[in-house]
Design a protein around this ligand. Structure first.
Ligand SMILES: O=C(O)C1=C[C@@H](OP(=O)(O)O)[C@@H](O)[C@H](O)C1
Ligand SMILES: C=C(OP(=O)(O)O)C(=O)O
Length: 474
């Protein structure tokens, strides 16, 4: 079934003239980044910064712990700095430290997190970070005083109802003006009763993660039951459970022989941890994709042998699309063959990989069908509509389905690729630009949400091999 659902309308792309003009060339002054073309196979090692999902869970759990902790190699990006600032606003100490003073075994900088009684009044800017807007209202119920949450215009449209209704049922007082979304104020009373609750988390796994993360601090803990359609992003829920357990929480899960869609968390103190953050495997995606679409080779150091990150699924997905990979002490090396095959795949567990897979699929030699990702319509932007429109404007043949995309590869041409404030749209455009001269990425700076150094890392990756100079168009 095809069709564009009612809520899939995209915001008008930012007019180029209103985009900040910090760069030098005419394109860059117009807010356009000329995506470099790779005339040769890439051959590079790319050190990818820390995981957004691990960093923001680590910050929350450390703030709720009963003793100080460390986060080493934390991701410093818009989403994680917003999380750190929000916790600071509620009273937590988040201190920058250097390895020399902390004895950091990773040799990098670290955050020292010093928990303190949580307090309001406080104001939290969630930006457009799903992790901040969902994980922090439960934390705010434990603060003594009101905590006001607001963010980018898009944050008002992203679903939050499961968190709000769940917290109310557990005893919280929340003023959301009846909207069921941001902006809102959590009137924290210093404690939350907790206990059993049912929510519909089919629009975001982050509703489940949000309630679980704070649950050890609820008086009665939590018995959370998901009711409704299929729950997306299972690996991210496993990440939440694993990190809770590593901090000393007692958690029962559906996987451990429990009831389907039911999680139980016992009340209890959380330990302060010394946690080294893994590289963000979803942000490794464009670099692995570069190896795939240019028939080159990219190594990502420190790829974990065992992880709950959904990006680990790229090993299988990109192998099916035509490459091969090897995990060694040096990291993950992904090698392309020059041939890129289409794929028919259910991405419901790994939805955040969809834009990058769509970009590769647009360059493949056969059709792809990406399924199970209807909820992406309520991500940073409506990702299904945005990918369809932008790839088609480069000459592609992408159709929205009820729960995903059908992509029929066609020869593409250059043009402006709008990004709708979505970091993964920008990195997807860069992948297409490797093979399609003249792709100009509007507002590449939006990658700062999770990967502020993207343009530099991309240019360095190409410089490490024998890539062509950037091709400009228009
Ligand atoms: O918990 C997390 O860290 C995330 C869960 C997923 O959210 P959804 O389940 O809303 O897709 C994912 O898409 C997002 O990028 C990060
Ligand atoms: C969906 C994403 O982010 P968020 O945490 O804002 O939901 C994403 O990073 O792809």
């Amino acid at each position: 079934m095809t069709g564009t659902p009612e809520h899939s309308a995209l915001p008008a792309p930012l007019p180029a003239a209103e985009t900040p003009a910090a760069l030098a060339t005419p394109e860059e002054e117009a807010g356009l980044w000329p995506a470099p073309v790779a005339s040769d196979p890439v051959d590079a090692t790319v050190t990818v910064p820390g995981s957004k999902s691990v960093t923001n869970r680590g910050l929350v759990l450390a703030a709720l712990a009963s003793e100080p902790g460390w986060l080493r190699r934390p991701l410093r990006s818009r989403d994680t700095l917003l999380m750190a600032d929000a916790l600071r606003a509620m009273g937590t100490g988040v201190e920058e430290t250097l390895s020399s003073s902390s004895g950091d075994p990773t040799g990098g900088e670290a955050w020292r997190i010093i928990p303190a009684a949580l307090r309001g009044p406080a104001t939290v800017d969630v930006g457009n970070a799903g992790t901040v807007m969902r994980f922090l209202p439960p934390v705010a119920t434990l603060a003594d005083g009101p905590v006001r949450f607001d963010g980018d215009p898009r944050s008002h449209e992203r679903p939050l109802h499961g968190v709000i209704s769940g917290l109310r049922a557990l005893g919280a007082r929340i003023d959301d003006g009846g909207r069921g979304s941001l902006p809102l104020t959590v009137h924290g009373s210093g404690a939350l009763e907790g206990g059993p609750v049912e929510i519909d988390a089919s629009s975001s796994s982050q509703f489940v993660s949000a309630l679980l993360l704070s649950a050890p601090c609820f008086n009665q803990g939590l018995e959370l039951r998901h009711v409704g359609g299929a729950l997306p992003s299972a690996p991210h829920i496993r990440m939440t459970v694993d990190m809770l357990r590593a901090a000393g929480a007692a958690v029962d899960t559906p996987e451990a022989g429990g009831e389907p869609d039911v999680w139980r968390v016992a009340p209890g103190a959380l330990l302060g941890r010394d946690l080294v953050v893994e590289p963000d495997l979803s942000n490794a995606q464009p670099f692995l994709a570069a190896a795939l679409v240019t028939g080159g080779r990219v190594t990502v150091p420190d790829w974990p042998a065992h992880t709950t990150q959904p990006g680990d699924a790229l090993r299988a997905i990109f192998t099916e699309m035509g490459g091969s990979c090897e995990l060694t002490d040096q990291g993950l090396t992904f090698t392309g063959t020059g041939r890129v095959r289409g794929i028919d795949v259910d991405l419901s567990e790994v939805g955040e990989l969809t834009p990058g897979i769509a970009a590769v699929a647009a360059l493949a030699d056969s059709e792809s069908v990406l399924r199970g990702v209807a909820h992406l319509r309520l991500h940073e932007t409506d990702r299904l509509a945005a990918l369809t429109k932008e790839i088609n404007e480069l000459g592609g043949d992408v159709t929205e389905t009820a729960d995903g995309l059908r992509i029929r590869p066609r020869p593409l041409h250059g043009g402006v690729f709008h990004t709708y404030d979505d970091h993964r749209l920008a990195t997807a455009a860069a992948v297409i630009g490797l093979r399609v001269p003249g792709v100009q990425v509007e507002n590449v700076a939006t990658t700062a949400k999770t990967l502020p150094d993207f343009p530099r890392l991309w240019t360095e990756m190409l410089g490490a091999g024998r890539a062509a100079a950037p091709t400009r168009h228009g």
